[in-house]
Every structure is written in structure tokens, then in C-alpha cells.
Design a protein around this ligand. Structure first.
Ligand code: ZN
Length: 467
């Protein structure tokens, strides 16, 4: 009797296991994939353009299909489910190696020869499923036909499965060339990935008309606000990269980390951090790309600017798009000097639109403290004749404790931002000089700079949280 029951139970279990195995094989076999076929595509929480974006996907990203709903496709990317417009996707199989885009009207050939039979004519911009790249020819699948297209007539995008991929860092620190357009893209991506922790807006325009951006990390309605700005000097664009990395790290740590015993979210709820990572996008373009980056309208003018020993070529350009030094154009201690690519104070104070925009931002927000990132020297300028040392020293000690950078006891203004800020608001402002090599700093300097500056924003916020 007992034996019989055992046998029955055994058989039932076996049948159940078999059913489960068959079911999962069926499921595995029906798993479908899409590839993003437009430059970028947002994966959204709901099937609506008004809905929150979960991920920014790029061309070639392979995602797993979940379900279909009208003109939207539910897909899985970076481990989460969400919706992408069907018009931005192309169905692929496990055999697809590349997404191809026809550069012009092309012929789908029966074999790898221009003389081979024409199976179909494919229009320019058509998205094509590339199965194999074999030298001058690609084996493709199109409209249920398999054939060949000449490789040179197609753009290739490698297919990368991101369905279950962990999220990659947004801010690139593998090369030093951090451009104004990378800044915009990264601010966009950060605000999409961390909408509840970070937002950005433009607060003015550069001389050439490029928007100037400010990113807020923390509670935008906080009573206490700190300003952290950088890249006033063109060739010092590693300060931008550093600040962007600081923003990303703060967003990552926001909900789980604590600093000296207090949760980031508590600190940043009371004290908001305002970052201006790139005050000088025009000058940065000159430093990165030379005279070719200058718009036609300003070319003649920029070519006339004399180089100096401190600024001997475009790579070492310091000023803005018309050579005004953005750290010598403020009215406190301003002195007229000759036009040059290095430290020209401008025709008159506040000539530079960038300096005016930053001053306005300060007036609107009444920051309690301003950090000005420059390069290089690994030093901190903290004193100013318009504020007592007694008032600023404890804060200077905090920044010195985090960075290990030594103090410099110079308190002159000379038309700089720091002097203007302290004079105007009677609040502290420090200039932190990062790095130890000639600017533009090489990327080999970044890790050391990062180690010393990672906690500067949260340590500053913590100081004002406590005091
Ligand atoms: Zn500088």
C-alpha cells in the first residue's frame, strides 16, 4: 500500500518536472529581441511620451521584448521593464550581428558580386539586419530574403544586449577630452536616471550663444544653497569632468550612503548643491579644437588676440570666446590691461556675458558658500580681505582635511570671482586648484584628483548642515 502511494507521488512529480521543463523550453524559444534603430530612444515607465523616462537607450542596444501595446512595445533594458515607441525599434534574431543603415539606395544581391542577380532595391536610410560581415560584402536578411549588400554602402552599429546589463557610469573619465556637447548629453542622462535627486537648467548664454548650465543636487527648495563652479579658464576643463563625476557619485550615494554619521539624503534635504560645471564652453572649444572651432563671426577677432608666455597657443587658451579672462572681469579690484590670450581683464568689468550670468545666479540664490575649481597647483585659496579669517577658517580646515591640499595665504581680488562673491555677499568663497601638471591636464591625473575631491561637495554640505 505504502509502496504504491510512493510510486504514484513519484510519477506525479516526474510529470510535473517534465511539464515545467517543456514550458521553460517553449518560453526560451519564444523570447524575442529588438534593437534600437534611432540615434537615441527613451524607455518610459508607461506607454506615453508624458511618462517618466527610465533609461536612455542608444542605437544598437538590444532589448528583450515583453509585450506589445498599440504603437508602443514593452521591453526589458538594464533589468527593468518599460515602453519604447515601436518606430524606434527593429526586430532581430539571435543571428543578427549588426544593425545596418543604408547610406544610399542599394541593391540586395543574390551573391557577393555586383553582377549577381538583384533580389530587391533598398531605399536610403533603411534599417537592415546584418548577419555577417565578410570583407567588402555583408550577408543580410531583409524582407524575408537573404542576400548580400556591399559593406561600404552601409553604416554598421554593433549590437549589444542590454536587457540585463547593469547600468554603466554616465560620465566618461577614460580620456581628458570632455566637450561642451558631452556635458549636455551627460546632464540629460543624469536627470533621466536620477530624476528625484538631480535637475538642471540653463541660466544664461556664453558669448557665442551656447547655453550655460547649472545642475542642482538635493532639495531644490532647501533654504541653504552652495555653489560649486568650474572651467572659468578654458584649458582647465578637467574641472568640468571632476564636477560631473561628483554629481553622478552624489546621485548614486544619495539614498544609501552617509557622511560622518548623517545620511546623504538628510544633508541634501537641508543643503542643496548648485553645480556650474562649465562656465566657459567657448574657450573650451578653442582649447580643444583650435581656431577651427571658432564661429565665422568671431574668427577674425580671435586670430588677432596675441599669445603670451603663459598662453602660447590655442591649446592653452584661457579666456572666453573673445579672450576675456573670466576670473579677471569682475568689478572688485578690476584693473585694465592689454588684450591677450591669457589673463586679459576685458575692456570693462562685466564685459563677459558668462561673468554676468554667474553673478545673476548668485544674486538669485544667495549661496552661503562658493567653491571655484581651477587647475593647477593642488592648493586652496581661502582668505579674503572682505571677510574675517576667524569666520572662514573652520570651513577651510574641512576642505583641507578632505583634499590634503595646502593653504595659500593670498587675499587679493584682481577682478576675480572669489573676491567679488565675498565682497558682495560677505560669505566665504574658496578657490581650489586641482592637479599637478601643465594644463590641459592629462587623464593620468584624474584618479588622484578624484580621490582628493570626491567628498568636497558632501563635506561642504555637511558643514552647513551642522552650523
Ligand atoms: Zn584657473
Amino acid at each position: 500500500m505504502c509502496k504504491r502511494i510512493y510510486s504514484v507521488v513519484f510519477i506525479i512529480v516526474i510529470v510535473m518536472i517534465m511539464q515545467f521543463v517543456t514550458m521553460s523550453t517553449v518560453q526560451a524559444a519564444t523570447k524575442q529581441y529588438y534593437v534600437v534603430s534611432t540615434k537615441t530612444a527613451y524607455q518610459r515607465e508607461e506607454a506615453s511620451v508624458a511618462s517618466k523616462a527610465l533609461n536612455t537607450l542608444v542605437i544598437g542596444d538590444k532589448v528583450e521584448s515583453v509585450s506589445s501595446s498599440g504603437e508602443w512595445q514593452e521591453i526589458k533594458a538594464y533589468g527593468v521593464n518599460g515602453y519604447v515607441k515601436k518606430s524606434q525599434l527593429m526586430k532581430v534574431t539571435s543571428k543578427t550581428q549588426y544593425l545596418g543603415i543604408a547610406k544610399k539606395q542599394v541593391s540586395l544581391k543574390k551573391s557577393k558580386s555586383p553582377k549577381a542577380k538583384n533580389l530587391q532595391t533598398i531605399k536610403k536610410e533603411t534599417r537592415i539586419d546584418i548577419r555577417l560581415v565578410a570583407g567588402a560584402w555583408c550577408k543580410v536578411s531583409y524582407d524575408k530574403k537573404t542576400g548580400y549588400i556591399e559593406s561600404k554602402y552601409m553604416k554598421h552599429y554593433k549590437i549589444i544586449d542590454v536587457s540585463n546589463k547593469p547600468k554603466l557610469p554616465i560620465v566618461m573619465t577614460s580620456t581628458a577630452r570632455y566637450t561642451p556637447s558631452m556635458l549636455k548629453t551627460d546632464l540629460d542622462k543624469l536627470s533621466v536616471r536620477y530624476p528625484d535627486r538631480m535637475a538642471y537648467f540653463d541660466f544664461g548664454k556664453s558669448t557665442w550663444g551656447t547655453p550655460l548650465y547649472c545642475a542642482i543636487v538635493g532639495n531644490p527648495n532647501a533654504q541653504t544653497k552652495i555653489l560649486i563652479n568650474g572651467n572659468a579658464h578654458a584649458r582647465e576643463y578637467m574641472t568640468t569632468q571632476l564636477m560631473m563625476k561628483q554629481i553622478e557619485q552624489l546621485c548614486k550615494d544619495y539614498k544609501k550612503a552617509s557622511y560622518n554619521g548623517v545620511a546623504y539624503k538628510d544633508i541634501l534635504n537641508d543643503v542643496a548643491l548648485y553645480f556650474v560645471p562649465m562656465l566657459n564652453p567657448d574657450g573650451t572649444r578653442i582649447s580643444q579644437d583650435g581656431i577651427s572651432a571658432v564661429p565665422q563671426k568671431y574668427k577674425k577677432y580671435v586670430k588677432k588676440v596675441p599669445f603670451t608666455r603663459d598662453c602660447p597657443n590655442y591649446r592653452m587658451w584661457k579666456g572666453n570666446g573673445i579672450a576675456v579672462d573670466l576670473n579677471r572681469n569682475y568689478p572688485i579690484g578690476w584693473k585694465k590691461n592689454n588684450m591677450m590670450a591669457g589673463s586679459w581683464s576685458g575692456e570693462y568689468p562685466f564685459q563677459a556675458t558668462e561673468a554676468v550670468a554667474l553673478a545673476e545666479l548668485c544674486k538669485e540664490n544667495q549661496f552661503v558658500f562658493a567653491i571655484n575649481y581651477h587647475a593647477m597647483g593642488s592648493i586652496i585659496y581661502w582668505r579674503d580681505k572682505h571677510i574675517s579669517d576667524k569666520k572662514t577658517r573652520p570651513l577651510a580646515n574641512v576642505i583641507n582635511g578632505v583634499t590634503g591640499y595646502r593653504f595659500v595665504y593670498d587675499n587679493n581680488s584682481e577682478g576675480g570671482f572669489k573676491g567679488w562673491f565675498v565682497y558682495t555677499f560677505k560669505k566665504p568663497s574658496f578657490t581650489i586648484e586641482i592637479g599637478t601638471a601643465t594644463t590641459p591636464l592629462p587623464i593620468s591625473q584624474f584618479n588622484g584628483i578624484w580621490k582628493r575631491n570626491q567628498y568636497v561637495p558632501i563635506a561642504s554640505a555637511k558643514y552647513f548642515y551642522d552650523n
